[in-house]
Structure formats: structure tokens, C-alpha cells
Design a binder for this molecule. Sequence first.
Ligand SMILES: Cc1cc2nc3c(=O)[nH]c(=O)nc-3n(C[C@H](O)[C@H](O)[C@H](O)COP(=O)(O)O)c2cc1C
Length: 401
Amino acid sequence: MKKVIKKPMRLILLSLFLFVILILGILLAVSGVFQKPLYLEAWDKTYSEKFDDPRLRLAAHGLLAASGHNMQPWKVLLDENDPMVFYLYADSSRTSPEVDPYARQLMVSQGTFLEYISVAGQKLGYDVALDLFPGGPYDEQERSESMDSLPVAKITLQNGAAQETPLYEAIFLPDTNRAAYLPEKLTQAQMDELEAVSQDNGISVRILQDSENLEKLGDYAIQAGEIEAGTESVMKESEDIFRANETEKNQYRYGFSVEGQGTTGLMKHILQGLVTLFPSMNRGKAASDRFVSSIRAEVGSTPAYALIVTHDNSRESQVKSGIVYSRMILQAHRMGLVLQPLSQALEEYPRMEAVYRAIHDEYAPDGGTIQMLVRVGKTGQAAPLSMRRDVMELVKKSEMQ
Ligand SMILES: Cc1cc2nc3c(=O)[nH]c(=O)nc-3n(C[C@H](O)[C@H](O)[C@H](O)COP(=O)(O)O)c2cc1C
């Protein structure tokens, strides 16, 4: 027998439906659903072609590299006298002092930029020569002034033959994937290729995927995540660079956003609308709890870890680790693998000291420094692209101007 919905009931259902549509409309409008995502412009493969200067073209590729907290802490100075030379400086205004008090991750992030430039150089027909710290080392007592006045690298280009490289295509893929990874282990050939990305004697890459090491490294990552979640100043630092909606993402174009955890499409806008209207959803205890549960989920779906370990912890070794990390990202992507750093246990703030010591005693017992701890695996979930600034924002004015 056909069920007839009575008139008052129909009215209630219709009102409910209209109410849901209204709420959805408000959330989408607050999220900025109709705004053009300028913060994604740099990912367009033709973006670099907007610039005639090859140095800007290459910097437009460097900009797509991974950076700690997505701070994009890069400045480039174009040599006024030589159109084939430019300099990379660390941007002293883009440090994360709570989570990265010695700016180690910031220096690793210099290297990630340099490697993307080298790979783009091959494809665009330039030999790229890097000279690290050509003006001498930083004065660590005056670190900020040193960053402003001493380049991390002099980059010299030479016209060469354009070479096809599969790594070039991988530049345009999202660098970091925080989704669940499949249980599938890496093959010996994949492990060998990833371990071979460092050709420097002072930097080793180790892939670990046996159950004992997975458990140990996962435990360190969770312990460290819990410490981080309970350290208000560190959480506040991340909170301050969280961009809640399209307006904020277009305005700042660096830092974190809901895409970071893989949220896309309609759900992204609903979430953005909610965190814009109710910012407390993304602060304090709610944010800490979510952070710990995401690390637990990430650790729980990790088939392998990669460690990048340096003999010393010099600024040069930190930059070179970033070069190695970018190479690892590009090689991994070429092999259909994805990556995510889990940096908490490697951070140097006082409350992390015990975990930092423990993981170093175990995995760098000869006094080395673990520069990166990274999940590696395969996943069925694509990661969304994250924000990037306009490359012209990176250009540093020379002192003469
Ligand atoms: C030195 C360094 C440390 C990082 N640490 C973490 C981390 O602990 N957790 C994480 O999820 N991503 C980490 N990342 C990845 C960045 O958050 C990521 O590169 C940035 O948000 C930009 O996103 P994309 O890599 O997807 O383009 C790190 C990246 C670098 C270079």
C-alpha cells in the first residue's frame, strides 16, 4: 500500500530541507566558494612561462618545493651584472621560533628549493651550479642579520641542452600526502633507489620497514605528537598560520589550510565555513586532540619510514639534507610512492628533549643528526595542492635599490 505523507508532515520536511540548504549556502558563502584560488597559480605548468628571465622561471619551480610549516622561507636576489647568476637567501621573517628554535628545518627548506631548481634547469636547458654559503657561514649569535646579509647559495646558470627528465613532471605533484597508506611494503629496488638519492658521504638515507623499527619509530612519532599537542606555544604558532577560508588563503598564500589533511570539494568548503564561523573548532583542546589522532592514524598506516641522517649538524649539511629530501620526493613520486615527514621527534625545543635524545641515541648513535623522519608508501588517496605565493614576492631588492 502506497504510504501517503500527510500535509503537515510535508511542510515540516520542506522547511527542514530549505533550512539545510540555507545553512549550506551560508557555509559555502563564508568559505568563499566562488573565489578564484590565486594561491594555486604557481602549480600551473605554464606559470613560469610568464617570466622572461630564466632565473625567475627557475625560482617559480623552486617555489613548489616542500617547506617546514609551508612557510616558503625563500628570497632570491637577481645579480644585476650577470643575467645568469642569482642568490638564494633564507627569509628571516619566516622563521617558526617555537617549533624550530635553531632554524634547522628552515635551512633544510632552503635545500628543497635548490633541488627543484636543479631539476627544472635540466628540463629548461640550463646547467645549474650551486655554491653553498659563498659569503661565508652565519654568525649564529646574529642569526637573523646573517640570513638577511649572507646568501645560502649562489646559483650560476649555463646554457646547456634541454633534457627530458621524469623528475620534472613530479615537481608539479603535491609534495606531502597525509592520507592512510596501504600496507604494501617497498620492493628492494624501490628501497635501493630511495637510499641512493644521497650521493654525499656525510648524508645517509635509510629505509626501514621491518616490524620492530616500524613500531619503535611509530612510538617516537606518537610520543612526540603528544608532547607537541600539549605545548601551547608550539600549537599557537601553527594556529596563527592556519588560513580558514579562500579569502585568507588568497591573502597569505602560505601556512596551513584544511586541504592539508586531504579535505577537498564540497566538504572543504563546509569545513572552511565552519572554522571561519567557529574558530574555536580549530584551536586549543580541539586542535590538540585532532593533531594527536591524525598522527596516530598516520603512524598506524605507515608501511615504511625513511631517515635522512647527517654526520654533523652544520648549516651546509642541513641545506644538503633538503636537497636530498626533494630528490627523494621526486624519485618516490616517479615510482608511484608518496611521502610525509613526521618532524616532531626531531624538534629542538626543551619539552621535546627526551624524545629527541632517545630517537638520536637509537638511530644516530655516532653523534649524527636525524634531519628528516618521513613516512613512505602507496596510497589510493590523492593529496590536494597546497598554497604557494607569487614568485615575485620572493624577489629581494638589492641594497643599491
Ligand atoms: C623540514 C620540513 C619539515 C616538515 N615537517 C612536517 C611534519 O612534521 N608533518 C607534516 O605533515 N609535514 C611536514 N612537512 C611538509 C610541509 O608541511 C609541506 O611541505 C608544506 O605544508 C607544503 O605542502 P606540500 O609539501 O604538500 O606542498 C615538512 C617539510 C619540511 C621541508
